[in-house]
Design a binder for this molecule. Structure first.
Ligand code: DSN
Length: 467
C-alpha cells in the first residue's frame, strides 16, 4: 500500500530541530560551545557519552508506563518492560549486588525525588531523621532547615536534627553524632553528602542506627561512580536503602535510583516501589531509563574503573597543587573527586572567586565551609575533577588547572582592593575591562579546546555566539 500523505498541519512532526526551531537550536549549540570551551569543575556535573545522549533523545519519551514491569496501568509496554528490567539488572551488576539481597527502582526523576520517595518508604510523617547539615556539606533533602525556616520538604514533613563536621578538622564528628542520636532517637540516619571530601565510616553509622532500631540510608549521589569503579568504600555492605543520582561521577543522564534490601524482612521492596509510584511520582521517563541503562553498562566496564581511578588521582593532584600555593582546604585534602577550598584566609568570598572563574570560563560553585554564617556569601568554593577527567585530563593538567585557579584568586584579590569595598556590586563593576581577566580567559579557552569533547563533535558546533 502506498504511504498516505502527511496532513499540512502535521508537517512539523518530521522536521529537524534546526529546521523547526532556530531559537532553541541556537541555544543548544551555544551551550555546546560553552561546554567545550571551558574548564568544568562543578563536582556534581559530568559529560555524558554520545550513546547516553542518543538514548535520552529517543521516541521512548512518548510512552506512559505507570507501574512496574509486568504490572502496568497502560497497554503497549512490552518493550518498555524489557528496557526497565534490563536497566534494573544493570544497576545491580554495576554495584556488584546480589539480586536476592538487593532490588532497585530506576524510575525516580532525580536525586531529590528519589530521596523524598525513600523517606516516604522508610518513615512516617513527623518521624525523626538525622542527616549531615547542609553547611557541613550535606544535601538539602537530608532534612535541611535553618533557625527561621524549614527549607526542604524533608524537614517540613519529617522532624530533623542534623549532625555536623568538626570545624577544626573538617571531618564528620561521629562521637557527637552518637551522643546526639542517643538523645534524639532517630528513626532514620542518612549518610552521604554534596560537599564532603572524605570517606564515610559506614560501620559506625550502622552501629549508631542499630542502637535506636533506625534505618540507615546512604545518598551516594556524588560518589556513585567511584563506588561502581571500586574507588570508594561500598555503602551496600552497611545500609538498608541507597539512593543516587545518575549524572555525577556515574556519568549518565539526569535521574535517580533507589536501591533497597530485599532480605531485611520488612517489605522494603514494596514500600520503596509504592513510594515512587503512586505516592511521589507519575509515569516514568522511559527515554531517561534507556539512557541510565546505557550509562550503567558503561559503568560496569573495566574502562570505567580506570576513569574512576583517574578522577581520584586528578583530585588528589589538584588538591596538592593548591596546597602548594599555600591555600587551605577543608579537611586538608581529599579522598574522593571533590575539594572544598576555604578562601577565608584570602579574605575573599566564594561568590567573588566564582564570579571571576565564570568570566574566564572556569565553572565552579561557591560553597559553605563549616562554620560559615551565610549560604549566600559562603567562604569557599567546591571543585570536582569528574568532568575534566572525562575530557581525558591527567595529573599534569591538574597542575595547570591549579595555576589558572591561583590566578583567579590573585585577580579577585586585586579587584577587591581596587573596589575599596566588600560589596559584590562594587566588585563586579571593577571587573569591567580588566585585562588580566581577558588574558586568562584566552588561555583557559585555548587550553580547554585542546582536549577531546565527550558526547558530541565539537568541530560541528553551529553557535551564534563567540567565546
Ligand atoms: N545540587 C547537587 C550538587 O551540586 O551537589 C546535589 O543535588
Amino acid at each position: 500500500m502506498a504511504a498516505k500523505p502527511v496532513d499540512p498541519w502535521n508537517t512539523c512532526l518530521n522536521t529537524t530541530l534546526e529546521e523547526e526551531d532556530k531559537e532553541v537550536f541556537a541555544i543548544v549549540e551555544n551551550e555546546k560551545l560553552r561546554q567545550w570551551s571551558g574548564l568544568e569543575l562543578i563536582a556534581s556535573e559530568n559529560f555524558t557519552s554520545q550513546a547516553v545522549i542518543e538514548a535520552n533523545g529517543t521516541p521512548l519519551t512518548n510512552k506512559y508506563s505507570e507501574g512496574l514491569p509486568g504490572a502496568r496501568y497502560y497497554g503497549g509496554n512490552e518493550f518498555i518492560d524489557e528496557l526497565e528490567n534490563l536497566c534494573r539488572k544493570r544497576a545491580l551488576a554495576a554495584f556488584g549486588l546480589n539480586p536476592e539481597q538487593w532490588g532497585v527502582n530506576v524510575q525516580p526523576y532525580s536525586g531529590s525525588t528519589a530521596n523524598f520517595a525513600a523517606l516516604t518508604a522508610l518513615i512516617q510523617p513527623q518521624d525523626r531523621l538525622m542527616g549531615l547539615d547542609l553547611p557541613s556539606g550535606g544535601h538539602l533533602t537530608h532534612g535541611y532547615q535553618t533557625n527561621k525556616k524549614k527549607i526542604s520538604s524533608s524537614s517540613i514533613y519529617f522532624q530533623s536534627m542534623p549532625y555536623q563536621v568538626d570545624p577544626a578538622t573538617g571531618y564528620i564528628d561521629y562521637k557527637r553524632l552518637e551522643e546526639n542520636a542517643a538523645l534524639y532517637r532517630p528513626k532514620l540516619l542518612i549518610c552521604g553528602a554534596s560537599a564532603y571530601p572524605r570517606e564515610w565510616d559506614y560501620a559506625t553509622m550502622r552501629r549508631i542506627a542499630d542502637q535506636h532500631g533506625a534505618y540507615l540510608m546512604c545518598d551516594m549521589a556524588h560518589i556513585s561512580g567511584l563506588i561502581a569503579g571500586k574507588e570508594a568504600i561500598s555503602p551496600f555492605d552497611f545500609c538498608d536503602v541507597v539512593t543516587t543520582t545518575t549524572h555525577k561521577t556515574l556519568r549518565g543522564p539526569r535521574a535517580g535510583l533507589i536501591f533497597f534490601r530485599r532480605d531485611k524482612g520488612d517489605d522494603l521492596e514494596n514500600r520503596v516501589n509504592q513510594a515512587v509510584f503512586p505516592s511521589c511520582q507519575g509515569g516514568p521517563h522511559n527515554n531517561t531509563i534507556a539512557a541510565i541503562a546505557v550509562a550503567l553498562k558503561q559503568a560496569a566496564s573495566p574502562e570505567f574503573q580506570q576513569y574512576a581511578k583517574q578522577v581520584r588521582a586528578n583530585a588528589s593532584k589538584l588538591a596538592d597543587a593548591l596546597v602548594g600555593y599555600g591555600y587551605k582546604l577543608a579537611s586538608g585534602g581529599t579522598e574522593n573527586h571533590l575539594i572544598l577550598w576555604d578562601l577565608k584566609p584570602q579574605k575573599l568570598t566564594g561568590s567573588k572567586v566564582e564570579r571571576i572563574c565564570d568570566m574566564v570560563h572556569i565553572t565552579i560553585n561557591k560553597n559553605s565551609i563549616a562554620g560559615d554564617k551565610s549560604a549566600v556569601t559562603p567562604g569557599g568554593v567546591r571543585l570536582g575533577t569528574n568532568a575534566l577527567t572525562s575530557r581525558s585530563m591527567k595529573e599534569d593538567d591538574m597542575v595547570k588547572v591549579a595555576e589558572f585557579l591561583h590566578r583567579t584568586v590573585q585577580i579577585a584579590t586585586k579587584v577587591q582592593e581596587q573596589a575599596g569595598s566588600k560589596l559584590m556590586k562594587d566588585f563586579v563593576a571593577h571587573c569591567d575591562g580588566n585585562e588580566e581577566i581577558a588574558q586568562l580567559k584566552k588561555e583557559v579557552v585555548e587550553f580547554a579546546r585542546s582536549y577531546p569533547m565527550p558526547g558530541f563533535d565539537a568541530t560541528k558546533i553551529k553557535s551564534t555566539v563567540t567565546i
